[in-house]
Structures are given as C-alpha cells and as structure tokens.
Design a protein around this ligand. Structure first.
Ligand SMILES: Cc1cc2nc3c(=O)[nH]c(=O)nc-3n(C[C@H](O)[C@H](O)[C@H](O)COP(=O)(O)OP(=O)(O)OC[C@H]3O[C@@H](n4cnc5c(N)ncnc54)[C@H](O)[C@@H]3O)c2cc1C
Length: 452
C-alpha cells in the first residue's frame, strides 16, 4: 500500500488530521489504527448493568473556533453547552472552581492564610527575582503559600503522580487560572461567585454515545481511509515506509504519529541517533486507574466533578457522569461516579486493592454514605499505563532533541502522548493539532495549538 499522507492512530488527533486533509481536498491518506475500533481513549464502554463508562474525555472544551464549529455542525443540539459546575474539597469546605477565585467559601482561618499569601505574592511581583526552579516555587510565587498548600500543590501531586518540586513550571502560566486580587475582593465583599474562567468554563457532552460520538460522526465522512486492526510495529524513515504486524507495509510521503512518543522513538523507529534515543528514554509519564461506581438512586446536586487534594482518599477527582449526560445511566435517578487515581512509575498496589481503596475513599468523602455494600450496583475499572506525559524538569530538553530530528525525517508526532505536552492535550486541542498538521503539510501554514 502507499498513501501520500499516513497517520498512525484513529484517536482524536488522527481523526482530526484525516478530517483536516479531506477538508483541503486531499484524499490520498490512510489512518492506521491498531485497535478494532476508532476513538482512541475517547472510546467508552457500556457495562451489563447499563452504565456507560468513559475513563478519559467526558466533556468537550470550547477553546478553538474551528473546533466549536465542528461540534455545532456534527452534534448541534445533541451536545448542549452548559456552564461547568465543579468543586474542590479543601479546608473542610466545598469551594467552587476556580478555587483561587472563590476563597470566600473557606473557613475564616484558611481564607486569611490564602489572602495573606496572595497579597504577599502580588507585592513581591514587582521585585527582580531569578526564574523559579520548579513548579512548587512557581505556584508559591503566583498564588502565595496558602493557596499552594491547601489546593494547587497537593492536587497537582495527586493528579500527576509526582510532587510539584519534580515538575517544570514553564507550561503552567497558560494552564492554571490566574488569581485576581481585585476580583477576589468583590467576591468577598459582595458575596458573589467568580466561576466563569478556564477553557472548561462551559462544557459540552453528547447526551448519548459519549464524547466518542463526535469522532464517530467525523469518521463516517472518512470511511475507507481508516483501517482498523492495523498495528504499526516499525517505521523506516529512510525508505519512508511503515511496517504493520502481519508483514504488510505502507509507503508514505508525510507521516503523522499519535502513538506515545517514547514508544515511537524507543521501539518503533528504525535506528534513531544515540542522542535521540537517550532523550526518548528520559520521558516520564503518569499512569492512571479509573474506577466507575454505579449506584441506583440517591442522586443529589448538579455538580459535574469534584477535586480532592487532601489525603483521606486515593483519587484526585470524581466525575458525576450522570450530571454530564443522562444517557450514561440505565434509569433516571441512577448515579455514575468515576474516580481517578494517578501515579508515576510502578503501580502502587494490585488493581483489586486499589479499587477497594477507592470505595473506602468514596465513603470517607461521603459520596457513598451507606457504604459500598449497601449502595454499589455496578463496579468497573480501566487501567491506563500511559495516561499522560509528565511535565518534569527534563521534558523540554528531551523534546528539543527529539522533535526536530523527527521533522527532518518527514515525521510529526502530535496528540496527547504523541506530542508529549499535556498542556495542549485535551480532546479539542488534539483534534485541532491534527487539523493544523494537515494545513501545515499541505499549505505550509504554521501550527498554533501545538506549542513551538
Ligand atoms: C484522565 C484523563 C482525563 C481526561 N479528560 C478529558 C476531558 O474531560 N476533556 C478533554 O477534552 N480531554 C480530556 N483528556 C484528554 C483526552 O483523553 C485526550 O485529548 C485524547 O484522548 C488524546 O487523543 P490522541 O488522539 O492524542 O490519543 P489517543 O486517544 O490515545 O489515540 C491514539 C490512537 O493511536 C492508536 N495507536 C497507538 N499505537 C499504535 C500503533 N503502533 N499502531 C496503530 N495505532 C496505534 C491507539 O490505539 C489510539 O487509538 C483526559 C485525559 C486523561 C488522561
């Protein structure tokens, strides 16, 4: 086989790339997907009790106009747009997101600690200071020690599976919602909320079918260009040929890979130079376990998700899938809780033990007040060894070595694990990276979504 454009992976980035090419009138492309279905990690699963579980993307953000138009065209009223309702459990209180803009919900002592820290950080901002060494320092400088201690530092550590001292800070300014002292004063004095911030300030979720429904509708228009069950096991950049398990080959002029970058460089690419191999070996990632707990009845509130920075539960976030889309539960009133646990390196315990810890944690934070035995109607889990790239202190230097080498061979690596930049790795950003790759290879247009 031969295709001018070859794409590895039919997840959001790969399908976005195919979509982008077809919009530009380019038909000579193939998307190779090793699984028997499209969607990548957006694909969900319905269990025997009728709950639909999605371990990863569950709400679409509306950062990019092109993406928002795509969702309007393909999903329209099937994916209503609603203001996000998210909460943080900290200091014994529930604080609406973004935490740093809604401190009035904290008990007085913590409120004072956070405000003092924020004021100190604002006053220090005018003074010359060396660059922060790591994310922990950056968080303290941007938000003060109170907000960092109560929420941002422990939440980041739980979510990434690594302490902020081990992480770089350069990706953070665009990703964390800034604090604003003046706006904060208004919320405190006028007793107002200030929740309309961040890329997920409003969210869209297909009412039925899960987030993968968007990709299904895109893929329908790409049809025979997507080949499922095709595992790419080798890329020969000199001959510009990919080899599939089973022996077939696909020649190409341009290649987009959305498989994990460390695997592309370390196991699939023919003979990368030594510095590229070494850089690939330094890339670290977060692993994750998603645990779905189905409960019949007992539904309360309208929250979409809640974050848990404290250590009385192993998860950092619990999503109420039933409040995002009614089609994910078997009957009205049922609840679908999705808890996420993250780590970096070897799994901390056997999966079964981790699932039991999650159930105990849900009891601790009062999301299963009657206890697991009384309430659980369905229990589901999915482990994701490569959940997200870790933005550690070595990452940017490694990417500066790997990506230019690949591009010189006509290979682009994009998407969440392909691009290895979690700060540009939400579903909307991955679809846009694919679309922008197509515009770049066809018309030479610069990319804007994947950070330079
Ligand atoms: C815990 C978690 C929660 C998230 N929640 C959200 C959210 O609420 N909203 C949001 O917008 N985003 C969310 N994201 C991000 C979202 O999951 C990603 O943006 C998106 O799924 C990544 O798309 P992708 O195409 O880059 O990768 P993938 O979805 O991983 O697709 C890559 C594809 O390549 C295939 N592949 C890999 N290797 C090969 C090979 N050798 N040969 C052929 N095929 C191969 C895989 O099978 C897969 O189908 C979340 C991420 C995580 C980790």
């Amino acid at each position: 086989m031969h295709a001018t454009y070859c794409i590895i992976g039919a997840g959001p980035a790969g399908i976005g790339a195919g979509w982008g090419l077809s919009r530009l009138g380019e038909d000579d492309f193939l998307i190779l997907e090793r699984e028997a279905r499209i969607g990548g990690r957006a694909a969900g699963e319905k269990d025997a009790a009728g709950f639909t579980w999605e371990p990863e993307p569950r709400a679409l953000c509306g950062r990019h106009k092109t993406f928002a138009r795509l969702v309007d065209d393909l999903l329209g009223a099937d994916a209503p747009q609603v203001p996000r309702e998210a909460w943080v459990r900290a200091g014994g209180a529930w604080v609406p997101q973004p935490f740093q803009r809604n401190l009035r919900y904290l008990p007085a002592q913590q409120r004072l600690e956070c405000l003092r820290g924020l004021l100190g950080a604002a006053l220090a901002r005018g003074q010359a200071a060396p660059e922060p060494d790591n994310l922990a320092q950056w968080l303290e400088r941007a938000y003060g020690p109170g907000i960092a201690r109560l929420y941002l530092a422990p939440q980041t550590a739980k979510r990434r599976g690594a302490p902020p001292e081990d992480l770089d800070w350069r990706w953070a300014p665009g990703r964390f919602v800034p604090a604003d002292l003046d706006a904060l004063l208004e919320t405190l004095v006028l007793e107002r909320d200030d929740t309309d911030h961040g890329p997920d300030a409003t969210v869209r979720t297909p009412a039925f079918g899960g987030t993968v429904e968007l990709l299904r509708r895109m893929a329908k228009r790409l049809r025979e260009r997507i080949l499922i069950g095709q595992d790419v096991v080798r890329v020969d950049p000199l001959a510009r040929v990919v080899h599939l398990r089973g022996g077939q080959t696909v020649g190409y002029a341009h290649l987009l890979s959305t498989m994990p970058l460390d695997r592309l460089v370390g196991a699939v690419l023919d003979a990368p130079p030594e510095p590229v191999l070494r850089a690939g070996a330094t890339l670290r990632h977060t692993s994750a376990l998603a645990v779905g707990v189905g409960v019949r009845g007992g539904r309360q509130g309208t929250a979409h998700w809640m974050e848990f920075p404290q250590d009385n539960c192993p998860f950092h976030r619990v999503t109420h899938l039933h409040n995002l889309a009614p089609g994910r539960v078997p009957e009205p009133g049922a609840r679908a809780l999705l808890a996420e646990v993250a780590w970096c390196g070897p799994r901390p315990a056997p999966v079964e033990a981790m699932v039991q810890d999650v159930l105990a944690g849900l009891e601790n934070v009062s999301l299963l007040p009657g206890g697991p035995r009384a309430e659980v109607a369905a229990l589901w889990h999915a482990e994701r060894p490569w959940a997200a790239p870790l933005p550690d202190l070595a990452r940017d230097a490694a990417l500066r070595t790997i990506l230019p080498y690949l591009e010189a061979q006509g290979i682009f690596s994009r998407g969440l694990m392909g691009g290895w930049r979690h700060e540009a790795g939400d579903l909307d950003q991955c679809v846009m990276q694919g679309i922008e790759w197509a515009r770049r290879v066809v018309h030479g247009e610069p990319e804007t979504v994947y950070p330079a």
